[in-house]
Design a protein around this ligand. Structure first.
Ligand code: ATP
Length: 570
């Protein structure tokens, strides 16, 4: 496919006002793509050059891109910058100023060239990258240059999530629900949509079913439902294992001989930030190959207590790793085993997985087994819960003893009970920003008065509004937030947003914020949980806490289903 043809499709996706339109155009791209190369089309549409857990860094900063545009268009750097300020999008600057040109490179040529740019390193790499990008832009039509620029800036943002792409793949081979489930299952164990697509296109459904758990490919995590009392938990799943709920961050550790890789809850590789867990795994795991999960927590050797979450979370950063590891060493509380010596453990029952987990971990400093008890007695569960809370833990997670590990799924195999569920709604809610309102009164000068927040409807793969939030930030931070949101502003409602409220500025669903609210109420204005004649659900007195969450993507916010459950729990 010519890159300019792909660019034409991308324009259609961008202007789509409905999710179904988006799915249709994506499926056309996949249908027209060369089957052997379908993986590359999938990655490109995800804004990457490979599966997200292997994210390749292209390494072209804004200034470098401006240089390339200047060289490719003949404009001065100052002129490019001026137009950028006016248009707010370097892609558009490139499109409007590039000559038609004779060449019209293939998508595969462009993809390969982007990979080469990413690989340029060492001395002279800045000039090398700028030069290669200039040449690449000259090999496409202006429309193509627009998307190349947005891609290297990391701003392709078509708004197609993983579920949207899976559906488009299903549509592209004209198959229904059953295929969709098969693709989802395969994706859940390899986290690589390109691979799933390639298997489908080259080997059919049989090929997709052959995708297996493999160290190095993260498995999408199983997630917990919530209930509010020990009685409900026992009524729901009977005799169960009750584990301590540690308040740190989740790690999925992959060991293959001497190599260790660690993935976060969002399946980003965080190995380099966690040297002591790598070391601990090499030392304490009695297996050549294993995949297991645990919660990492910073431990204060002096007091023998855990540091609060805010301290632990700092360990997820890239710089000053050595010093941080010395000052705030982590312990990993291991709670599940997903793979061992060539065999997937996903379908084995919880009790067997954890028994083997205990057998392969040698006693040591870093890896510990998550504490637990097994009970069918609500009073006993309550006592254990109280005891955990007293020890400063977040609560408990009850686990069904005979349940498999259901990758990528949230269900009652795991049930969380947190201290914050007691009483009124004190649990926080994660929302994705889909728009904002210009300020009134005192806020006029800030240009932003409130944001429109949405939660995720997993079934329909849409974002539905749940709150207008206008408090919780300092004036300075409101302005900073506006700056960030303006970069994702879009003239029309994004295709996957469902809203009755029209904000002053629509924003692509990219940024996640955490809010606290007093309660959840029914509301005719918000689309979260809205059904034909029934009103939706809204947050009452919501306020922002903290700043944009880098560790969550739009599909990781709370779901419509969870909001309805929280409403019922009040
Ligand atoms: P979720 O992960 O369910 O989407 P969340 O990010 O808000 O929601 P929590 O509500 O804290 O997370 O609950 C689940 C998380 O608890 C897990 O993802 C894991 O990181 C953590 N956790 C702590 N202890 C355990 C344990 N013993 N078993 C499983 N998970 C645990």
């Amino acid at each position: 496919m010519k890159f300019s043809v792909l660019a034409g499709f991308l324009e259609k996706i961008e202007s789509a006002t409905k999710r179904s339109e988006m799915v249709r155009v994506l499926s056309e791209i996949f249908r027209e793509a060369e089957a052997e190369e379908i993986d590359k089309y999938v990655y490109f549409c995800q804004g990457a050059l490979g599966p997200p857990f292997k994210r390749t860094v292209i390494g072209l900063g804004e200034k470098m891109i401006i240089q390339s545009i200047s060289r490719a268009t003949g404009l001065t750097v100052q002129d490019v910058t001026k137009q950028y300020i006016k248009l707010g999008d370097l892609g558009l600057v490139a499109e409007e100023n590039m000559g038609e040109g004779k060449e019209d490179a293939d998508f595969l040529y462009v993809y390969g060239a982007l990979q080469s740019i990413a690989e340029i390193s060492g001395k002279g790499s800045v000039e090398g990258k700028i030069n290669s990008l200039t040449k690449l832009m000259e090999k496409t039509k202006p429309k193509g240059a627009k998307y190349i620029v947005r891609f290297v800036e990391g701003k392709l943002r078509l708004g197609a999530g993983e579920a949207t792409i899976i559906e488009a793949l299903t549509v592209s081979v004209k198959r229904g629900r059953e295929l969709k489930n098969t693709l989802e299952r395969a994706f859940n164990i390899c986290s690589d949509l390109g691979l799933v697509a390639k298997k489908l296109f080259l080997e059919g459904v049989k090929g997709v079913k052959e995708i297996k758990v493999k160290p190095g490919n993260p498995i999408r995590p199983a997630l917990a439902e919530r209930l509010t009392s020990p009685r409900e938990i026992i009524d729901k799943i009977g005799r169960c294992a009750v584990e301590s709920k540690y308040d740190g961050f989740r790690c999925q550790v992959h060991k293959k001989e001497l190599e260790v890789k660690i993935f976060s809850r969002r399946l980003e590789e965080i190995t380099d930030a966690l040297p002591e867990i790598v070391k601990g795994t090499k030392k304490q795991i009695k297996a050549e190959e294993a995949i297991f999960e645990g919660e990492a927590l910073a431990f204060n050797e002096e007091t023998g207590e855990f540091y609060p979450f805010q301290v632990t979370i700092q360990r997820k950063r890239k710089y000053g790793v050595k010093e941080m590891a010395e000052e705030f060493p982590l312990k990993l509380f291991c709670f599940d085993l997903l793979y061992l010596e060539g065999t997937s453990y996903l379908d084995k029952p919880y009790i067997e997985r954890t028994k083997t987990l205990m057998e392969i971990i040698k006693p040591g400093e870093t890896l510990k087994i998550a504490e637990r008890m097994i009970t069918e007695n609500p009073e006993e569960l309550e006592k254990y819960f109280e005891d955990r809370v007293e020890k400063g833990l977040e609560g408990i997670i009850a686990k069904r003893i005979d349940a498999p590990y259901q990758a990528g799924s949230r269900n009652f195999n795991w049930i969380k009970l947190k201290r914050s569920y007691r009483g009124k709604l004190t649990d926080t809610i994660d929302i994705v920003v889909v728009g904002y309102f210009k300020g009134r009164g005192k806020r006029v000068k800030l240009g932003i008065g409130a944001i429109l927040g949405a939660v995720y409807d997993e079934e329909k793969d849409l974002f539905r509004t749940v709150a207008k939030v206008g408090s919780g930030l300092s004036e300075e931070n409101w302005m900073k937030l506006k700056g960030v949101l303006d970069k994702e502003a879009t003239p029309n409602k994004p295709a996957r947003v469902d809203s009755l409220i029209e904000p002053d500025v629509w924003v692509k669903p990219v940024y996640v914020l955490t809010v606290k609210a007093d309660e959840i109420t029914r509301s005719p204005n918000h689309t979260c949980g809205m059904k034909n004649s029934e009103p939706g659900y809204a947050l009452r007195f919501p306020r922002l806490i903290g700043w944009i969450r880098g560790d969550k993507g739009p599909e990781d916010v709370n779901t419509v289903k969870e909001i309805i459950e929280m409403y019922k729990m009040q």
